[in-house]
Design a protein around this ligand. Structure first.
Ligand SMILES: N[C@@H](CCC(=O)N[C@@H](CS)C(=O)NCC(=O)O)C(=O)O
Length: 206
């Protein structure tokens, strides 16, 4: 059985859990906070969560885990069978991860650990987020899902990216990230009710 290491509070842990649920795979959750200890780094070389264990072997990085799970359990598909469409799903997922989530995350120390982020960093993050939002807006299809007619990996990255990024933007930057993006706001409302995501949310709260 697949073991999923990390903490429920982590958006990437939650994304991976939702993916395992989507795939109907059996898995065991192992509570494991991030660490720089050697045994942890064997599972996840940057000491981050999530990671998985399969038959005594380890893998980190949500997108790598998603690629593995897609081949292990092809149905339901989280990437379209059309090669170009599959690339577009990954393109959107990567932009969400790199140009929204990772940018907003620079404000996390202020919210989580009460470590103030400098005004210079805040204005850079605001500018980078504005640019990232224009970029992802170009890529979103929202008919009805993030990248087209089917629920894909991009929907999971959408939900788990904006969950964190909108909260950080609002509380640290005083910025409404979705103010000019009604299509993305509507999609997020629908995704919150998607069964795998709703189950992860309910189990995180319990
Ligand atoms: N690129 C990684 C990001 C994982 C990540 O940033 N995890 C955060 C929690 S959501 C973490 O472990 N942070 C602790 C740390 O950086 O030490 C992925 O996609 O899995």
């Amino acid at each position: 059985m697949i073991k999923l290491y990390g903490l429920k509070m982590s958006n990437y842990y939650s994304l991976t859990k939702a993916l395992l649920i989507e795939k109907g795979l059996e898995f065991e959750e192992v509570k494991s906070p991030p660490s720089q200890k050697d045994d942890y780094l064997q599972r996840s070389p940057m000491g981050k969560m999530p990671s998985i264990e399969v038959d005594g072997q380890f893998m980190s990085e949500s997108m790598a885990i998603a690629a593995y799970l897609e081949r292990l359990q092809p149905e339901p598909a989280m990437l379209p069978s059309d090669p170009f469409a599959a690339g577009k799903v990954l393109e959107l997922s990567n932009h969400l991860k790199l140009d929204i989530e990772l940018v907003a995350r620079r404000c996390l120390p202020e919210l989580l650990f009460n470590k103030p982020v400098s005004d210079e960093t805040k204005s850079q993050v605001k500018a980078d987020l504005a640019k990232g939002m224009v970029a992802v807006e170009r890529l979103f299809v929202c008919k009805p899902y993030a990248a087209g007619s089917e629920f894909t990996l991009a929907d999971l990255y959408t939900h788990y990216t904006f969950g964190l990024a909108t909260m950080l933007a609002k509380n640290v930057l005083g910025m409404d990230l979705l103010a000019d993006h009604p299509r993305i706001s509507d999609l997020l409302e629908r995704l919150a009710k998607h069964p795998s995501i709703a189950r992860v949310t309910a189990e995180t709260a319990s």
